[in-house]
Write a protein that binds this ligand. Structure first.
Ligand SMILES: [Zn+2]
Length: 279
């Protein structure tokens, strides 16, 4: 049993536990049983939702997410698709753009400085994507959305919507997770490698660093997002973290939503979860 298969079975065990359902496997391994004990102890009540997919076929393996097909705002998880819309109209070349931090309406007060697309994905720079999105039309976004089977934000959307801000662009969480499966599947297509490289960098030193920090044996591809909360009771934001594991040949996609935190904070929960699994 390879480490990824063990990781997968442990994730399944945890998610089964999280749903309060009987274990699907008739005889879970001792390893899985001890992991369940760890998770029972360390994750008694998270404000989190999960979707776990097979990264080769995009099949939903397990979930703890009410209404996972209902479109909701997913924040910066849309950025790779806006990037592709830009690329398709600009000879598959991405620009370098400057982030002036708060002055450029970035989420980070301190300027990110001059970024290429890979770095902008890694740190999820709003200023970069606001500027990039100004050169993207609603039709180009709609085309990419169609290609990746995700909902389109609509004809009258503004560039800030394409940058993943606000609540206008609503996408089914399951479709979004499957869109990342498709993105990975197209890793050799023009414009895609820069995005996947950015997701790899995110886990090392970007908004997904909490995932990379907790993993000792496995490299991950990560994208985080922060979006207006859709829960009752309401919170200022929900954090999203999408992880493809392992980075070189992904076998699983894990999408996590945590209530009332940022995407970077949700990555901390995911990192801790994955570390428990790895051990
Ligand atoms: Zn920035």
């Amino acid at each position: 049993m390879g480490p990824l298969k063990i990781l997968l079975s442990l994730l399944l065990a945890f998610l089964t536990l999280a749903r309060n359902l009987p274990a699907q496997s008739a005889s879970p391994t001792l390893f899985a049983q001890s992991a369940v004990k760890i998770l029972e102890r360390d994750f008694p009540k998270t404000n989190a939702s999960f979707l776990l997919l097979d990264a080769s076929a995009g099949i939903l393996l397990a979930h703890h997410w009410k209404d996972y097909e209902k479109p909701i705002p997913l924040g910066s998880l849309v950025k790779p698709f806006t990037a592709l819309a830009y690329a398709s109209a600009h000879n598959f070349k991405y620009p370098k753009l400057e982030c002036k931090g708060k002055a450029g309406a970035c989420w980070q007060d301190r300027p990110h400085g001059t970024l290429d697309l890979t770095s902008a994905i890694s740190v999820s720079c709003n200023a970069y994507f606001r500027q990039l999105a100004q050169s993207v039309s609603a039709e180009q976004i709609a085309q990419v959305a169609h290609d990746f089977h995700i909902e389109s934000p609509g004809e009258n959307s503004e560039s800030q919507t394409f940058a993943g801000l606000g609540d206008r662009w609503q996408i089914s969480p399951l479709r979004m997770a499957q869109a990342y499966v498709e993105l990975q599947r197209r890793k050799d297509h023009p414009g895609v490698s820069e995005i996947l490289q950015g997701m790899r960098q995110s886990a090392l030193r970007g908004t997904g660093i909490s995932v990379g920090h907790h993993l000792t044996h496995t490299k991950a591809l990560v994208k985080t997002g922060t979006a207006p909360c859709t829960h009752i009771p309401w919170a200022p934001a929900d954090g999203f973290t999408l992880v493809l594991l392992p980075a070189d040949a992904p076998e699983i996609v894990l999408l996590v939503r945590e209530h009332s935190v940022t995407g970077a904070a949700a990555a901390e929960l995911v990192g801790k979860l994955l570390r428990q699994m790895e051990q």
